[in-house]
Design a protein around this ligand. Structure first.
Ligand code: ATP
Ligand code: MG
Ligand code: MG
Length: 406
């Protein structure tokens, strides 16, 4: 089923006369979650047309997209049919049918970033192998396929030991920690058993988590966003502070590692590089996302070019925009479902009401049809003169008793 908000979608050639945006290319996005939604928002400013492919009729991006094909982004025939309607294909989620993307690329379909990149990234173990082969520093890791292998890994790397599922991971849902040898089998069970495809990582004793968004244009040019600090709670991104408060040397190292990591991948778009900063000043790569990312939401208000606009510029072949900050400081706070259903909505709405009365705060609500505990429902971005001021303002938003703040 293809529903179009305003125009009947048709192949680009037939559609040309209707296209009056900055670019005539229709951007096809696999996935219609909040990242797809914010891509649509950025696209509307430049009158770039974004079509999304997502199985949920009420997905976040649906109401803002030029067209929504309601179907699976993990099904070959569907992705092929979708590709025919678009001038360039991109993703807002990496768990897509990569074989079909590879096939389409051979037929001349423009996929950005390249299918090879999606293939490497969607398997976290393959990703680790790739980056280690390219000399990127990362926590030691090894594949495990039985309990003896897991025990060997525990002896080698020590405990706590991070066990990860190779595929389909997000928001920590493919991670389990074993605190001792006794905890190995329950951690493996929690992840769905060895059959799911598991590997282990040595625990990274980080003092901070950092992230860098790197954008690459179609002409190969690259720009890096300022290094940010990400704070996770229960493995889920919770708060992002930009810029990260780290010494110049660390800032430079993080940017260099991120740029080198992205340099080893093919294609245009934005890439988010998640990093660990260790006590002894090392930067280790955690993972890369080949798309806009939670660690870049604050770029909408805090940077001259948001990560979403940047991604669109990159994949349609426009010049890249200025990634630098236009405010001294910003904090992004994720609104996670605190409860299922109505109770969760009530809590979120109270938080939003408080945020709306805080200067420099912008509220984003993703309009997801269902409220679930721990689900990303929206976010608030605070911009202002200093991190200290913003921390106090965030505290006001988070405390039930808060009133007007200035
Ligand atoms: P995302 O939503 O970012 O895709 P994910 O499910 O892919 O998350 P990871 O990024 O692998 O999960 O891990 C989530 C968090 O768990 C990290 O941000 C970090 O806080 C913690 N973590 C991951 N790997 C390690 C490690 N080797 N040592 C210590 N902590 C880790
Ligand atoms: Mg991940
Ligand atoms: Mg991650």
């Amino acid at each position: 089923v293809l529903s179009c908000s305003s125009h009947e979608a048709s192949p680009l050639s037939e559609n040309k006369e209707h296209v009056h945006g900055i670019s005539e290319i229709i951007v096809g996005v696999l996935g219609g979650g909040q990242l797809g939604r914010m891509l649509c928002q950025a696209a509307s400013q430049m009158a770039i047309k974004v079509m999304i492919l997502d199985p949920s009729k009420n997905c976040s991006a649906s109401s803002l997209s030029y067209g929504h094909m309601v179907d699976s982004f993990d099904d070959s025939a569907t992705v092929e049919a979708f590709a025919k309607r678009c001038g360039v294909l991109t993703v807002e989620i990496e768990h897509v049918d990569v074989e079909t993307l590879e096939k389409l690329e051979k037929q001349g379909v423009d996929c950005q970033p390249k299918a090879s990149t999606i293939r490497i990234i969607q398997d976290k173990y393959m990703q680790k192998v790739h980056f280690s082969q390219h000399g990127i520093p990362l926590p030691e890791f090894m594949e495990i396929s039985d309990i003896e292998g897991a025990e060997r890994a525990g002896e080698l790397f020590g405990y706590p030991l991070m066990i990860k599922s190779k595929r389909l991971a997000y928001d920590g849902r493919g991670n389990a920690v074993a605190n001792s040898q006794d905890g190995l089998s329950s951690a493996v069970t929690a992840l769905g058993g060895f059959g799911r495809g598991l590997y282990v990582e040595k625990w990274a004793p980080f003092v901070k988590e950092l992230a860098v968004i790197v954008a690459r244009g179609k002409d190969g040019s690259m720009v890096c966003y300022p290094v940010v600090e990400t704070v996770h709670r229960d493995n889920i991104c919770h708060i992002v502070k930009a810029p990260a408060e780290v010494p110049y040397k660390i800032n430079k190292l993080a940017t260099d590692v991120a740029q080198k990591a992205v340099g080893s991948l093919e294609g245009a778009g934005v890439f988010a590089v998640e990093l660990f900063l260790t006590e002894d000043g090392q930067i280790l790569l955690n993972e890369v996302a080949p798309r806009p990312h939670n660690s870049g939401h604050q770029t909408i208000e805090a940077c001259y070019t948001s990560q979403f606009e940047q991604h669109l510029r990159a994949v349609v072949g426009l010049p890249l925009g200025d990634p630098s900050m236009r405010t001294p400081a910003s904090i992004m706070y994720n609104i996670l479902g605190e409860d299922d259903g109505e109770a969760g909505f009530r809590l979120a709405h109270r938080l939003i009401a408080r945020a709306l009365s805080v200067p420099g705060a912008s509220v984003h609500w993703y309009d997801k049809p269902e409220m679930r505990k721990q689900r990303k429902m929206g976010h608030v971005t605070l911009v202002g003169q200093s991190m200290g001021v913003l921390e106090r303002r965030l505290h006001c938003i988070l405390s039930e008793q808060s009133h007007q703040v200035h």
